[in-house]
Design a protein around this ligand. Structure first.
Ligand code: FAD
Ligand code: EPU
Length: 338
């Protein structure tokens, strides 16, 4: 049975390092405990927060409800021809799963090396980096419905994945707790090195036929050079999503800002680099009280030590207003605001 704690600090449980408290807190290490908890009186009485590594959350106030921290361990794999289906407990640290797969020679998630957080959260926003998204290897996940304590298997189609998006952020928001995720990986890996920064770094290292281990190492090094380490500077990665706009709106912006960073997006739309937009508004590397943007990446908001969630949120609102005023583009937050 999981131990129910009362009035605990969530500071160690969010990578922004915001010092708020939770009224109740329970850590789940197996499905039996989860079912017991879901059948208890607390469910229905208390508002709930399902928590993994807290690396995509900004707390703006105390959480006056029950936090369920999902820490279910375990990785197993089943071979299927040239493929292997790897199933991981939701509480496994995402990068531990990546490193396990790289060591076993299972290809497909090496480009997602060093993304913080847990495996259970990976389908929620369809994590992505360096030309790969979780959806590219996703087989299925198992989740418990909070209202009934019953399990459901979600297939690729069920999850309705999009850019930093899935059904778990929309119709099924806060309704399911993911307990395991299965990925279909390749035993004869075909590396994906289309992303410019990976290609350049492999060339710098004179690696012409990269292995998945090389790609993992290069991606990890690029990330360390660009992004602040949450163990020393609180942050939650990209604070906003890269905006996707239609071609007509893009053509108008392009006339005024011919050097704008952009990429093709599905359905003839255009994706803009939010970091570039924010930098053009003069926000890169600025310090505002205890918060600010990272010096190497304007899209990452940071806690310089004593920021409150309200302070970070208000600062993010200043950025939204400035980008809207200059480019007529409305930035959407990627980070979950609580
Ligand atoms: P949490 O922050 O704990 O939770 C995030 C959301 O998922 C919440 O809504 C929560 O309720 C829900 N949730 C968590 N676990 C479960 C579960 N088991 N069942 C149901 N719901 C659940 N993201 C990227 O996509 N690409 C990147 O390159 C990237 N880089 C980052 C770099 C840094 C330095 C940081 C700090 C973050 C970065 N992120 C990136 C964001 C973050 O790592 C991912 O969103 C990650 O998947 C969050 O995992 P978590 O376990 O910390 O989730
Ligand atoms: N840029 C600037 N100024 C900045 C930051 C970026 O001009 O301050 C420009 C860069 O020069 C580059 C472009 O913007 O031309 C894109 O920058 P970068 O390659 O750093 O990637 P990003 O679009 O800012 C996205 C993801 C990251 C992911 C990287 C690598 C989003 C919201 N962010 O960042 O994901 O790791 O690509 O694939 O899609 C996250 O989601 O938390 C996250 C870190």
């Amino acid at each position: 049975m999981s131990v129910l704690q009362e009035s605990i600090s969530l500071k160690p449980y969010n990578t922004f390092g915001i010092p708020v408290n939770a009224r109740y807190f329970a850590e789940i290490v197996n499905e039996g405990d989860l079912v017991q908890l879901l059948n208890s009186d607390l469910i229905g009485e208390q508002k709930l927060l399902i928590l993994g590594g807290g690396s995509n959350i900004l707390f703006t106030e105390d959480f006056n409800g029950l936090v369920i921290k999902v820490s279910i361990p375990g990785i197993k794999s089943i071979e299927d021809g040239n493929d292997v289906v790897v199933t991981s407990g939701a509480g496994v640290v995402w990068n531990d799963l990546v490193q396990y797969c790289v060591q076993q020679g299972f290809g497909g998630i090496e480009n997602l090396s060093l993304i913080p957080g847990t495996v259970g959260a990976s389908p929620i926003q369809n994590i992505g980096a360096y030309g790969v998204e979780l959806k590219d290897v996703f087989e299925s996940c198992v989740a418990y419905e909070i209202a009934t304590a019953k399990t459901k298997v979600f297939t690729y189609k069920d999850c309705q994945f999009g850019y930093r998006d899935s059904i778990f952020k929309n119709e099924l928001k806060n309704q399911y707790i993911i307990t395991s995720v299965s990925l279909r990986l390749n035993k004869i890996p075909d590396v994906n090195i289309q992303y410019g920064a990976i290609k350049d770094e492999l060339a710098n290292r004179n690696i012409s036929s990269p292995t998945i281990s090389d790609v993992s190492a290069v991606v990890s090094d690029i990330r360390v050079s660009k992004l602040p380490d949450p163990s020393t500077i609180g942050n939650a990665g990209s604070f906003f999503k890269n905006p996707i706009i239609d071609q007509t709106q893009f053509d108008l912006i392009l006339k005024q800002f011919p050097e704008i960073v952009h990429y093709p997006a599905p359905n003839g739309r255009v994706k803009l680099a939010a970091g570039w937009l924010i930098e053009q508004c003069g926000f890169k590397g600025i310090i505002s009280g205890e918060t600010g943007t990272w010096r190497n990446q304007a899209l990452v908001l940071v806690n310089h030590g004593h920021a409150t969630g309200q302070e970070v949120y208000s600062f993010s609102e200043q950025i939204v207003v400035a980008v809207d005023a200059k480019f007529h583009v409305k930035l959407e937050r990627e980070v979950n605001i609580l």
